[in-house]
Design a binder for this molecule. Sequence first.
Ligand code: DON
Length: 587
Amino acid sequence: MKKYYIFASLLLGISSLSHAQQPVRESKGFYQFLTDDPNQKPFYSDRQGVMAQQGMVASAHPESSRVGTAILKKGGNAVDAAVAVQFALAVVHPSAGNIGGGGFMVFRAADGKSYTLDFREKAPLKGSKDMYLDAQGNVIPRLSTLGHLASGVPGSVAGMAAAHARFGKLPWADLLQPAIDLAQKGVIQTDREARGLNAIKESTQQVNPGTTYFLRSDGRAWQEGDTLVQKDLAKVLRAIQKKGREGFYAGRVARQLAKEMKKNKGIISKKDLKEYQAKWREPIIGDYKNYKIITMPPTSSGGVALMQLLRLTEPYPLTRWGWNTDSTAQVMIEAERRVYADRAKFLGDPDFVDVPVDKLISYDYLKERWQDFSFDQATDSKAVSGGNLPGYESLETTHFSIVDKDRNAVAITTTLNGGYGSKVIVKGGGFFMNNEMDDFSVKAGVPNMFGLIGNKANEIAPSKRMLSSMTPTIVEKDGQLYMVVGTPGGSTIITAVYQTILNVLEHGMTMQQSVNALKFHHQWLPDKTVFETGAFTENTINKLQNRGYILEQQRNTMGRMDCILVLPNGTLEGASDPRGDDTSVGY
Ligand code: DON
């Protein structure tokens, strides 16, 4: 902890600093550092946390963070800023920011009360259990990931409207205006955003014959510095500005969306849109040592899994063993193996299946789960046929964290699922639709795009929500707000959030160091541990391999965390992931 205080005190007095102003080292030097460090000391990158006294927004793009901070400065609270950031992300980060997708919000009010909002997509009313299978009962490739049938009924606009109606302070119209301006005047493309659009050129053309503003009219590739203007999206946002949720789920936009679907064998109808409701749910609140974890209940698996992971490893002296040493990694991997097996078996939409949340996170149950664990040898996942882990190519969900001057805190993770979702662009609406249907278990035991398998609990039914791994989470210490965390990453979201929390709580890292730190991941099936280059030393790799662990090195792109920590003197540390364009802006 000593280092942490020295580091923090060095930065005190700096009231506003954005990553955009800071040099960020190229990833090679940045990540190489740890590989050469035989002692496994906490990792320090050149990126430092952004310190501010009043409020902080950490999100995936500098523009969306600026939008959020401007709302806070105007007197808006964290929920107001969240609404503005969600809509701004739909414009500046269209691969994941969305109005055609869904997500989850964890909100801790300044008075200490906590709330969670489920605005996850739903299966359309015409959806059915076997809708992605052929006559022989085999999964039809890509049907649940590309094109119109892949989309669930979007929830983001309903979610923002519900959050604002309950907790917002500023007028709704003010929260939409920044996004409208960005869509109307255009967004300067970062290198990463330009590359993202170039990468989907063919699939976008395949799904949307004709012209779209996401492809350049002069036929050349997008480059850093180009401006993307989205006039159709601006119109949709104006309708939402004027009519609230009805601007999306009824009227012109709903007609456009339903028409888009009908013309292309999609099944989302006007009725689906009309009936969609976001849902307030009881948060999962659990103790971990002297901290309180406030996290998302099902329809996300994230909260249950996170609580299980923390509690499974709570009895072990991780601090003494050290960060990513063989013993620390081993108990974490074994916990992950058991937790993802539970996820596949028990978790699904609680409106449709009985999810035994309390039992799953109870100490008695978790103790039982450890019965077959031994330090000598890796437990066997009894892999019948391993799924494929994601290639970590596209981290296309997005998370943002916000804390305001009164210490209201919001954690939102939102997504289209894959990058740019189903690639369907609603004609006349100019926004991407999700491919979230792939998060259902389209056939029992068959892995989805993240290699996750599921069973009955997560099979498709009309109006049912598909299981998620998104894990927006808030941590309390001594009854006070302490940390706001979350990330994209498909199945790796849960383990990245788990590690990010442990890095601060057990390994004495600052928020930013924890975000920068290299991560690893195991998800039961396939039975292997993937890790970012440099996350383990050669020595640790050898020890783990000798105990039967299969290790696989991945490119350095696990997670795009956007987190905030409240320091002991009340200063906010915004920590945005150097793996993306992510930026914290405070004031
Ligand atoms: O809800 C989920 O768990 C997934 N749809 C999240 C997808 C995701 O994080 C994609 N980015 N890597």
